[in-house]
Design a protein around this ligand. Sequence first.
Ligand code: TYM
Length: 330
Amino acid sequence: MEKKIVFSGAQPSGSLTIGNYLGAIKNWVELQDEYDCYYSIVDLHAITVPQVPKDLRSNTLKQLAIYIACGIDPEKSTLFIQSHVPAHTELTWVLNTISYMGQLSRMTQYKEKSRKSEENLNAGLFTYPVLMAADILLYQTDLVPVGEDQKQHLELARDLAIRFNNKYSETFKVPEPLIKEFGARIMSLQDPEAKMSKSDSDENGYILILDDKDTIRRKIKRAVTDSLGVIAYNDEQLGIKNLLDMYSVFSGESIEEIVNRYEGKGYGILKEDLAEVVIEGLSPIQRKYDELSKNKDYLEKIYKSGAEKAEYQAMKTLRKVYRKVGFIPR
Ligand code: TYM
């Protein structure tokens, strides 16, 4: 029996945070044996916000090394750079022609980003979710493991698949999101009402996968909590809730077990222990990353063979789409 298909990606717009790791990459690793997985570094998405070209290049390679260091096995999964497979931009164009302006303008991420970057309110930011739909639909994807913030974009991808299928006949698989109960929305350490994000101007708000031990300890120690002084998991104590989420996903223990163990204890000790749990979770990744990042030839081999494999699959779908919309085959 053929394996079902998984597709996901992350933008190379700086270093990845433990939000990206817990909400996405950690789950990608778990799917590799059961599914045929495609994991992309979405550089086309990254240029919707200003980038320094040489940094984008180095961040792209760095991200490939991080994927592998986190446990994505290039022998099992297809790892590739989005811009290496032109079918992504080609399908985006076709999908643009069936995307409604109204629906795109209701995308939360677009509304937020357009508020923040008024001076660079470019058309790419607006059609960004259409490119994301193309990424997913090109591979006849069954399952898309993402964090909570991508849910609305996934809905759009599903809508576009259904709309195209209805208009032209069955062409795309309609994908399902995979959003885990815990870890899908890691919050900023400085503002537990905002998502942890690598674009945060306050670096105390996020922990990077590659942060060193002292930085991790310092950032967790400074994490904003509350004045109730009770370790409990509820929406009145969003800071503590966030720390418990991280603790649980990194350690594999249930929230209940952790809360019971810390009954009557102070926030300081919880933070100290959490820092060690995070350090322990990230250390093997960082060691592997240090090795990989020196081996540019190996990374090049991976992204080249990944692009070939991805292109082969993507072109099958694109040829079908071009035929259905009425283009003459070349
Ligand atoms: P990006 O690059 O912002 O994030 C990559 C993945 O990390 C998840 N994530 C989080 N999860 C939990 N807590 C957080 N604080 C947190 N921050 C980020 C995201 O949900 C995402 O899964 N548009 C996408 C990239 C993309 C994509 C795709 C994803 C492009 N094409 C096709 C899936 C399928 C994005 O900007 O993710």
